[in-house]
Design a binder for this molecule. Structure first.
Ligand code: WTA
Length: 635
């Protein structure tokens, strides 16, 4: 018997040892006992981190939606699969049963097929957090199309880049979206994006805000009438375990976003198994993850992981501050949420609002609290633990990445004793290593280094869409025979891990990964700008905020700097999205560079963080004098 549900610490250690001693047989047991396959695998795992090539459950046939939907129908057909909580609390919540979800997915799958989508085609989903989003994702999986969900806060330009990179044939969107008291013209953004996307043949438009939108003849179609005419059964396409399930873009330290490719079998097994244990989900529990399905957290822990376990998962359309800052707690009370999973930035923002909002609600249903997306600071951890959890609901600080597909280092609630700010212990099957800069593994405890993983796990991304070389360079070239995470970590005296943050040029702002390169490219498009560099600096609520150093082409020319700042932020907003706007913009006559012309971000980072006591040796710079100028004028 595999230990699908780990219930105490000794059992965790026993399972962990087994998973490391013989990973293949460990994962084979999990896969065999808890999922339905159309055909069994020929081989559990083949891998080579040098190529890199990783295959799990090779030769197996399945459809992930049969695991998320069909198999639950006989026993859980009337159980709620998805609770939809709308933006406006006055609008009624929806409870979608497994049977209803199955029918909606089948109808949608039939619509996709009718509209010319078949196995292997890419479909871009650009939707707000409404049920159609989950339905579209699953409908793609049903027919073997590859979904590429783009977070509906990205700009037209960012959307177009992602559509073109994976050559999507179709976009599924809505007339608009609600965001608190505002509405957003999603269809308008799609229209703008599609001016530069010749690959898109069809746009399906869901109605959400009932706004007037322009429909382009031949290309744009209202979704509902198509669904009304579609049949409510759809046989599932039989897929290979290693066929792609989806592409999800994530920022890199340089260049354009990377389309991480996840494949079906391993992703299913890992997200389902982690979901069960990380949240100690029990039948009847109501589980709520506040992320957007546009991010990996939503893919793995709103849609696939919970549904594969036959769980009830809540989808929240709104924002934490509408109609007021008590909304999260009101939703917890209303739906009697048992597991609540959010990001440190949300915790910090709500902690600032004081305890009244929390105390006004009955949170006694909460059993487990989760956090993800960035390191959680001590203060936020304690506030979460005391004010929200009344010190009785363990906090699972889950470390993982878009690339890892599922949670990698985490406490198991009621199993692993927690420690503030520590992600604690590796999940079964995960073999972390800390590396020094010379490429040696650092053994023992009370050490710090770069976090790598030594051995494949089922849900590791298999490639970057269209650029396998970049996949190799980014993740498998820094350290021999290791997956490099891009994060730093320390291991304490008992072997607990604490993630210290990114060691590359990715900056996490309010839990969103941002690469510096696309932001700098956007700034450099401004006609007055010669050059720019972006760094992060600590921010009370966002975790990090962005600080831009900008040099202008014509320094003699007197320009209104505040106006320029606005224009630059507008450009960033247009090119990437509002999440990438800069908090501070300093104009400077130059940027500190090495003699080979590389910008010394380390120095800029220190100045932005007001930590200038030890800037290191600046005399070898090409232009050491500029450092003093930047320090004197720092914001
Ligand atoms: C960071 C989100 C500290 C980390 C699932 C990682 C964290 C990046 C934690 C991936 C955590 C995520 N503690 N840092 N619990 N969780 N991170 O791809 O730097 O959006 O590399 O995936 O977020 O972000 P991504």
């Amino acid at each position: 018997m595999s230990n699908y549900h780990i219930k105490h610490l000794e059992e965790y250690f026993q399972v962990y040892r087994k998973s490391v001693r013989n990973p293949e047989s460990f994962w084979e047991e999990v896969a065999e006992e808890h999922f339905v396959w159309r055909k069994r695998w020929d081989k559990v795992l083949s891998w080579d981190f040098n190529k890199p090539e990783i295959r799990w459950f090779e030769g197996a046939k399945l459809n992930i939606t049969e695991n998320c939907l069909d198999r639950h129908l006989p026993t859980k057909g009337d159980k709620t699969a998805i609770i939809f909580e709308p933006n406006d609390p006055k609008e009624e919540a929806q409870h979608i049963t497994y049977k209803q979800l199955y029918e909606r997915v089948c109808r949608m799958a039939n619509v996709l097929t009718e509209q010319g989508i078949s196995k292997g085609d890419r479909v871009c989903i650009y939707l707000p957090m409404i049920p159609e989003l989950a339905v579209s994702v699953l409908a793609c999986a049903r027919i073997g199309a590859i979904h590429s969900v783009v977070f509906a806060g990205f700009s037209a330009n960012a959307l177009a880049t992602r559509i073109n990179d994976s050559e999507c044939k179709m976009v599924i969107t809505s007339d608009g979206s609600y965001r608190g008291a505002k509405t957003i013209d999603l269809k308008g953004i799609v229209d703008e994006a599609l001016k530069s996307c010749p690959c898109v043949e069809t746009v399906l438009v869901a109605k959400r805000i009932n706004s007037e939108v322009k429909m382009q003849e031949g290309r744009d179609k209202w979704l509902q009438p198509l669904l009304d005419h579609a049949y409510q059964d759809c046989s599932a396409e039989v897929m290979d375990s290693e066929d792609p399930l989806f592409i999800l873009y994530t920022s890199g330290s340089t260049g354009q976003p990377k389309g991480m490719v996840h494949t079906i079998g391993g992703y299913m097994v890992y997200t389902a198994y982690t979901f069960k244990n990380v949240f100690q989900y029990r039948d009847g529990d109501i589980y709520w993850c506040t992320a957007d399905v546009g991010w990996i957290t939503g893919h793995s822990y709103i849609v696939y992981g919970p549904l594969a376990n036959g769980a009830t998962t809540l989808m929240f359309e709104g924002i934490p501050t509408f109609p007021d800052s008590g909304r999260f707690w009101q939703v917890v009370e209303k739906h009697k949420v048992n597991q609540f999973y959010t990001a440190p930035t949300a915790i910090r923002a709500l902690a600032k609002e004081g305890v009244e909002h929390v105390e006004a609600c009955d949170l006694s249903s909460i059993k487990v609290l989760g956090t993800v997306g960035e390191p959680i600071n001590e203060e936020a951890w304690h506030w979460y633990n005391e004010t929200v959890g009344s010190k009785k609901s363990p906090i699972v600080d889950t470390w993982w990445q878009t690339e890892t597909g599922g949670v990698m280092i985490t406490p198991l609630p009621f199993v692993t004793p927690t420690k503030p700010t520590y992600a604690t212990l590796p999940f079964p099957g995960i073999q972390p290593a800390l590396m020094d800069e010379q490429g040696h593994e650092i053994s023992g405890n009370q050490v710090e280094g770069r976090l790598c993983i030594k051995y494949p796990w089922p849900s590791i991304a298999r490639t970057i869409w269209g650029n396998h070389q970049r996949y190799k360079d980014t993740y498998f070239s820094a350290f021999e025979n290791m997956y490099f995470t891009g994060d730093g970590a320390l291991r304490d005296e008992v072997g607990y891990y604490r993630i210290t943050g990114r060691v590359d040029d990715v900056i996490i702002v309010s839990g969103h990964n941002l690469g510096t390169a696309p932001i700098e490219d956007a700034i450099n498009e401004h006609p007055a700008v010669a050059e720019s560099a972006i760094v992060g600096f600590p921010h009370d609520i966002k975790g990090n905020a962005l600080y831009g150093y900008v040099t202008l082409k014509d320094v003699g020319e007197s320009r209104d700097h505040n106006n320029l700042r606005k224009e630059i932020n507008q450009l960033i907003s247009d090119r990437i999205g509002p999440i990438a706007k800069l908090d501070k913009i300093q104009f400077t006559s130059g940027l500190p560079k090495t003699r080979s012309g590389k910008i010394m971000r380390r120095i800029l980072r220190k100045i932005a963080s007001k930590d200038t006591s030890n800037l290191g040796d600046t005399s070898t710079l090409l232009n050491p004098e500029v450092v003093q100028e930047i320090m004197d004028n720092a914001l």
